[in-house]
Design a protein around this ligand. Sequence first.
Ligand SMILES: [Zn+2]
Length: 649
Amino acid sequence: MTNKDEKRISPVPLSQVSIDAGFWAERQAANRQRTIPAIYGKLEETGRIKAWSMARTHDMPKERSVVHMFWDSDTGKWLESVAYSLATHPDPELQAQADALIDAVAGAQQDDGYLNTYFPVLDPESKWANLRDWHELYNAGHLIEAAVAYHQATGNRKLLDVLVRFAEHIDATFGADDNKRRGYPGHPELELALVRLYRETGQGKWLDLASYFIEERGHEPHYFDIEAANRGENREDFWAQTYRYCQAHAPLREHTEANGHSVRACYLYAGIADVALETGDDDLLRLSRLLWDDLTQKQMYIHGGVGPSHSNEGFTFAYDMPDETAYAETCAAIALAFWAHRMFHLDPDSRYIDIMERAIYNSSLSGLSFSGDQFFYANPLAAYPGVNPMGRWSGIIDQGHYRRVDWYFCPCCPPNISRLIASIGEYSYSQAGSRVYAQLYHDNKVALNIDGQTLTLTQNTSYPWDEAIQFTVETSEPLSFELALRIPDWCYDYDLSVNGERMDAALDRGYAVLSRHWAHGDKVELTLAMPVERVMPHANIRQTAGQIALQRGPLVYCLEEVDNGPRLANIVIPPDAPMEATFDSELFGGVSVITGPGLRIEPADESAALYRHHSQTRYNETEFTFKAIPYYLWANRNPGEMRAWIRSS
Ligand SMILES: [Zn+2]
């Protein structure tokens, strides 16, 4: 190990983190028992499994679309989720199902290494003809991620070998050399996948290829213009009208703000952070910080969702935060969590993990029903009958209400939330030499290796419902190490003690660092005060003026009609209203709810004129007790209104 490696911070692999009880154990059980089988069922039903036998012509819907060109990515994400699940919960039956699918994927590979279920069967002349729209490189990225994860989990390298051959084909086809095309993915994802492949294989060419894709993006003459000309089209014919849509309007090093399609953006920025970490390129680090600050300080919803508009599935402009029509795609929140995790390892500061936690616990988790088999694509901050945040995509409103469904025509989100939940252990700890970072708080046990000595750290907590977190050290020999505990940005008051003795640890970039010679049985008690917080929005967000949101710990809360009656916009939580968090063991297996005195402000006369002079306006004020539930759990009971931003006067 070199000196540089000793200082380098890496995630503690999920295979070392056992999650057998608590919040994430329940979510992972639902993922294993319902989400993973449900998604496989849909992959089968829609022809995606059969497609690997090159049988597309039999199952192809009449109307072809770009979505049919990225079916392979759905397989990739499902296999990746299965890999993470197998890493911690062996399941021979599930593994056999995945192995059979991998055999089919391997059978679909062309002699030259090319791998895709659409083009060879339905449009062989158009291979690599439209990188801007047709997602072949995006599919490759998801399949590479699956291959790396599956190899790590099972030791089976069949899929990895297949994807290395595909990556070699891509490397031979695209690049800066004269004999190659200067293309890059229209939908980024492959960049971060190639860095994973580099880390898995140790082959520098995959890092070089990731770097090439990042450096080439947006340069003139523009590759998307060149390939459009080859198809007899020009730039003006691009349906999205601007290359901002795919972050290719200018070379990346010239970008100053988050642009375009939000999932593409966050995958791309995650890839940039990965390359910056591996190459030590300070300019890429500065670019990453610049984009991070713009996105998280001007373009992010309170629930960690990003991309308010359905028209480009992405960003609009600073402080634009519509609530009812918030697109805030589940995949975008997940991609933001991925990026945040990488930013921490590039620039170790808790502020990145704070955002990661926000995105995971709120607008990522809301993408999945409590039952584990229904999904949200858009994650609005308010819901009213007839309002569809999916905009142009119809057919998802149930009896007038936007609800989760069991599948989407474009089903990118379901397997994405599945793989995030299955891999939550990967986000729980990081380590640099003899410093261990505790990132996410939840019941678990982590096996660590510090200077060649093994150690187990047991974390007991009912977080995010409870404030108390306890760590217990199990070690055969006493040893020295640093335990760096993240003090979340939402926490203004915390207590820390070791073996009952109160500690005043100075914060180091957001972490309380305990540096000690630890012995078996040592106990750390961390209490993160979780009062109900009344969160004020930035004054420039026009859509939330005069409103507050409720947050407790990492969870954003919301009102639902089923608890509070209709017309949630008429509800006021006065500034001085005392609020209480109580644990409701009957609701969703046990969650904390927030209650307090609210006012319902209704017109005194329903038949009054729509608009009239101020002096003639009369309202009735009714006191009542409001009840708020965690946002991620909305839409799991009777359909109705929902609202996260609430009037405060
Ligand atoms: Zn999605």
